[in-house]
Design a protein around this ligand. Structure first.
Ligand code: ADP
Ligand code: MG
Length: 650
């Protein structure tokens, strides 16, 4: 070992800088946060070469005095806190006094700044952590900071940077998050000379959402606003039908600060449970406000973690406020028929083959979606683990062990799959029992008010216009006219959802049927053990298990056949084995999905008019029935406007 010595201040700064400045996007984050803390109403960010060679952030905030400006570059120099007690209620974005020191340690910085009171501004030049010179400068009120040649003196760090285009995208993301965090600030972002973002700064979050996420995303948003237990949640969440394949568009802010929090994500997603398919994720821009004393922001500056004093309150507030809003929202996607630009000449059709016509017609309308596009854009089913599949498909034990029935790739086109039993066993029709739910012949009651959800704000519903059932088409869809809108219901999805709600309404106990011959399902010792360990959960689901000589099943849910029950058990076992802490409600819902799916009227088969009438009456009375339990829409609409467009009446 060499002799111990103290690092030179500049080397120590360089090392410390590594923690704050990881990449160009961290520079942007720090500089923009400083501008926000300075009370700016306009912030302009310009970058070149992914921010590696050039970054400029200009604000119209309070500026710094000639005396303060060079001090800002010192480590632990801040105007934001002074005493230890200040740490308990931080309301600014920064407070560590580290950013400018860190940035200037690994780059060349030029700063120009002027306060409202000062006659002239001041310019400060710093390089590798040292202030080189301070000179008077003519400049408007506010601050401009230019950072050049990031990591020029730390080649090892330079090597870790990605391509300029990638670094540039990280920066774009950082600016977008700031714009969503601060709708009161007008942000402009220029990348290599071209303007990529410009928010109005009108204080309206929706304006920022529109600019950052686009028109369609903004249109598909539901406004959220509510307070519970000192936690205020406001912002926007996407309609369940506008889900995404990942969580990239989930933005959470706590007291104006962008955070990543698994707890907040699960609170949000919990609210979408039974509205969205597995593998699909909601979109959100949610601002959570808590008293500064209830949150610890004193975590690492470059990190986006957050620590709450009372996590559960925050979870509940997000969950219930979002759930309440979802329950009050209609989500019937409008069918966008393709626009036909030109009326084709008659011989155009004649001289083309079917294939050519198809190609030509897709080429002529690249932007428009056809019905087929719409359907195939729906999320594909996950291949799923054995047992209960999220889509309600099931596994069939084949002669050589369990075989998974692969779900069809395009869910909405899928005719109902009747599971093909390996060996057809005639099943006795069970005697109808008074207390049992009669699932296969759906008990469609007259319309009633939806069950009260956890948070359901009492609201007087405006009188819905009368509707008329036109009929059934393709033995799968029900057409209903209401005012100027044609509603197209998927009868299976709709009925499945209604049954699911009814099963759920039975409370947390499902009717069961005692078997004359107890089942001995073909499960591994491990699967049997996990089921027996959770026998109370299973009894809620309608299964009675005993375990003297291996697992025996004495009773199964009334609505399942023996074979289906075995398959469900395998699925439940799998779910229990996968989850370290099993989520009984999740497993419970899974099983309800499967049961509802099996019992619902099938697409592709004729349904009697009175059944259709009862189904439609229920659907029209309940706007909480928007999606089947797997998240597929129950209804899509076709408007007069859309048709008029097709027929060239408008
Ligand atoms: P912190 O933000 O944690 O205080 P920084 O190193 O980011 O630390 O900034 C140091 C100080 O410089 C700030 O406390 C603030 O007083 C001043 N400062 C930095 N940027 C600006 C700006 N854009 N406008 C006004 N003052 C600024
Ligand atoms: Mg700062």
């Amino acid at each position: 070992m060499a002799k111990i010595h103290k690092l030179s201040p500049s080397l120590a700064d360089m090392i410390a800088a590594g923690e704050v400045v990881e990449r160009p996007a961290s520079v942007i984050k720090e500089l923009v946060e400083n501008a926000i803390d300075a009370g700016a109403s306009q912030i302009t960010v310009e970058i070149r070469n992914g921010g590696v060679t050039f970054v400029r952030v200009t604000d119209d905030g309070c500026g710094m005095s000639a005396e303060d400006a060079p001090t800002a570059f010192l480590r632990h120099a801040t105007s934001k806190i002074a005493a230890p007690e200040d740490l308990g209620h931080i309301t600014t974005m920064g407070f560590r006094g580290e950013a400018l020191a860190a940035i200037s340690a690994v780059s060349r910085v030029d700063l120009m700044t002027k306060t409202a009171e000062a006659e002239t501004g001041v310019s400060v030049r710093a390089e590798a952590g040292t202030v080189l010179d301070v000179t008077p400068a003519g400049c408007p009120q506010g601050t401009t900071i230019i950072v050049r040649d990031l990591f020029y003196n730390t080649p090892a760090r330079m090597k870790f940077l990605k391509r300029d285009s990638v670094e540039g995208s990280y920066i774009a993301g950082a600016v977008q998050r700031q714009a969503l965090a601060h709708p009161e600030v007008a942000f402009r972002f220029f990348r290599d000379g071209s303007r990529e973002l410009s928010t109005p700064g009108d204080g309206k979050l929706l304006s920022a959402v529109y600019t950052v996420m686009g028109r369609q995303a903004a249109k598909d948003m539901i406004e959220i606003q509510g307070t519970s237990d000192n936690v205020t949640v406001r912002g926007y969440v996407g309609k369940p039908t506008s889900s995404r394949g990942n969580r990239g568009l989930q933005h959470f802010f706590v007291n104006g600060r962008y955070v990543k929090s698994p707890m907040m994500t699960s609170a949000l997603e919990e609210a979408y449970r039974n509205r969205m398919m597995t593998g699909r994720f909601p979109v959100c821009v949610l601002h959570v406000e808590v008293p500064p004393t209830a949150v610890d922001v004193n975590v690492h500056p470059a990190k986006t973690e957050v620590k709450f004093l009372r996590e559960k309150d925050v979870f509940d507030a997000i969950h219930y406020i979002v759930l309440g809003a979802l329950n009050r929202t209609q989500d019937r996607p409008e069918l966008n028929l393709p626009k036909q630009r030109e009326t084709p000449k008659t011989d155009f059709y004649k001289t083309m083959t079917a294939e050519e016509y198809r190609t030509a017609s897709t080429l002529s309308r690249p932007e428009q979606k056809t019905v087929k596009d719409f359907l195939s854009a729906l999320p594909k089913k996950p291949s799923g683990s054995p047992g209960i599949l999220r889509d309600g498909g099931i596994q069939i034990p084949g002669p050589a062990g369990p075989v998974s029935v692969a779900p069809a790739p395009v869910p909405a086109q899928e005719p109902e799959k009747k599971p093909v039993p390996a060996a057809e066993t005639p099943v006795e029709e069970p005697e109808p029992q008074g207390s049992q739910m009669d699932l296969p012949l759906p008990p469609l009651e007259p319309p009633r008010a939806p069950e009260a959800a956890a948070v359901r704000i009492a609201e007087k519903k405006p009188e819905a216009p009368p509707y008329r059932i036109i009929g059934q088409t393709m033995a799968t869809y029900i057409l209903v006219e209401q005012g100027d809108t044609l509603l197209i219901f998927d009868k299976h999805a709709a009925h499945e959802r209604i049954l699911f709600e009814k099963l759920k309404a039975q409370g947390h106990e499902i009717m069961s049927q005692v078997l004359l011959d107890p089942l001995s399902p073909d499960l591994t010792a491990e699967e049997q053990a996990v089921l027996l360990d959770n026998s109370s959960l299973l009894s809620r689901l309608g299964f009675t298990l005993t375990g003297e000589h291996g697992l025996r099943v004495a009773a199964i849910p009334a609505d399942l056949e023996a074979g289906e029950a075995e398959i469900c058990l395998a699925g439940v076992a799998q779910a229990l084995m996968e989850g370290a802490a099993p989520d009984p409600d999740g497993v419970f819902d899974e099983l309800l999905h499967t049961m509802a799916c099996k019992a619902a009227i099938k697409g592709g088969r004729y349904t009697a008019p009175d059944e259709i009438e009862a189904l439609v009456a229920e659907l029209m009375a309940r706007d909480d029935i928007q999606h089947c339990p797997h998240g597929r829409p129950v209804c899509i609409t076709l408007t007069r406007g859309n048709l008029e467009h097709q027929f060239k009446r408008s």
